[in-house]
Design a protein around this ligand. Sequence first.
Ligand SMILES: Cc1ncc(CO)c(N)n1
Length: 222
Amino acid sequence: MGYCFKDLTATCQEDWRRYIEHDFVRALGTGTLDQNAFRCYLQQDYLFLIHFARAYALAAYKSRTLSDLRQAKAGLSTILDTELELHIGFCREWGISETDLAALPEARETLAYTRYVLEAGHRGDLLDLHVALAPCLIGYAEIAAWLNEQPTTVRGAANPFDAWITLYEGPEFQQAMLDEIAWLDARLAEVGPRRFQELSQTFSEATRLEVDFWQMGLDQRG
Ligand SMILES: Cc1ncc(CO)c(N)n1
């Protein structure tokens, strides 16, 4: 008995590193990422975030206590008020209007990842759902921190993707990550090996779907 969030990343260390240090992320950090690859990623991410907001709404629905309900609401607010706001602004700067965004066809990778998470939530309980959501929120906060540690990362006006790093390294997103880890640590502490095995499968599947999402951007399939 007794696990914590770090045990989840430890069970899929290779996939987790492939996600955090993906070529898309590296190129974004050095500012050398193909701009069409970024545009493709941004557009699909808009669709992605809408479904992820729905997943947090599902977490709210599945909550039995006020504190769980508040945690779900915090996730929903991070997406709606922090991420999507900036995202729409970003897209505008990159010449993509909200009408364009609403008319976008969904890439397979977006479809696979978002529906996987929603399905994990429908099938399982609140912990299954939060574990399926964890690579997203916690992963991006870790990616921003990792990028800042790399000597090759270019910050400021010299990097066209600087605003992306600023969003995810920012205090609101980093705090949301810490709160989510604390929530998961408290729940995982009460879990036995069989249940942990099940949860780590969900976590590593979602991590691999994040890797595919980066790859979609890099291949400009979105
Ligand atoms: C694909 C993806 N994963 C995670 C995040 C962070 O919320 C995001 N915006 N997009």
